[in-house]
Design a protein around this ligand. Sequence first.
Ligand SMILES: *Cc1c(COP(=O)(O)O)cnc(C)c1O
Length: 388
Amino acid sequence: MSKAFIPYSCQLIEEDDIEAVVRVLRSEWLTQGPDIEAFEKNVATYCKSPHAVAVSSATAGLHLACMALGIGEGDLVWTSPLSFAASANCARYVGAEVDFVDIDSDTGNMCVSALKTKLEMAEKTGRLPTCVIPVHYAGRACDMPAIHALKEQYKFSLIEDAAHALGGRYGDGTPVGCNPASDMAVFSFHPVKPITTGEGGMVTTHNPELAERLRQLRTHGITRDTAKLQKKNRPAWYYEQQSLGYNYRITDMQAALGSSQMAKLDRFIDRRRALAERYLTLLKSLPLMLPLPDRHSGWHLYAVRIDPSRTQTTRDEVFATLRAQNIGVNVHYMPIHWQPYYQSLGFKEGQFPKAEAFFNQELSLPMHPRLSDKDQDFVAQTLANALT
Ligand SMILES: *Cc1c(COP(=O)(O)O)cnc(C)c1O
């Protein structure tokens, strides 16, 4: 008898989540209603950030974050090569050039000393980045104090791609998204992420002007705020489109689901932390490089690496063996600069060797709050068999 598929990640939806969505369906407001503001307040409070702007996805949030900062043609944006394409695509949407900073192999996050070296060289050639987008890989926060010090020195703006990291904490224990030294942090609510709204995203910021720009840009660049209208003394129907924005709004159904899920975030994260501790015990004798323990990580992914010095078995062989057993392992990520689109812009294999080596060895094991101890034991046992 074949076992049920065990995904690497998935949503956990309960009866009260469903009721929250149904309540909105029975109400007057399906979109642009009060549930969106309530969801924004929930996330802002949790993240200890004065402003949170809900959008239709993290990808939309990253795009608007770049627009709100005024990034455009002639600008240069640096991000991590070990990420989802959206971390780099947002810069391309606004016409900026993209480059990458190699990772720290211990964490998968942008390497601070590589960033420092690259900034020193860029200063000499007069091509400093306008903006840097570090990614909190797998839910583990980047070394933000060190990155903020470089931001101060080199005057770039900073967007945290926190798509993995809702519920995670920085090194000082404060919640990801609360950081006044960053311009913005962007979260994702795709079903594999820490909480879900189906599709959805949120941008947190300490800067009220950025928050206002995000709000306007997510709804076509339109404002109805009489204080902001360029033409005064207009009738009540009057509104102005003051810039070129998009429809990047979230719906009230999604926002109600998001608020319901926010109430469970700490429980979800606790379960992820417990699973990470169990993996550490279950896998410690295998020829793997396990993620470093981290009591602050949100553990979006449990990313192990096959240690080539201790086994002949390749990642792709292990991947195929586990998939054949209905275990939904995955790979995060093929480096962005290996994607054909980025190669067409001139990037080549070999340019960011640490991200490439990490990718070649990486396997994301099932890690989500619905994963039972029993299924986790099965994953560990199947992995042990595959490696010996
Ligand atoms: C999922 C993800 C995104 C995009 O999120 P969406 O909500 O699906 O648009 C961006 N960056 C990273 C690192 C992600 O994992």
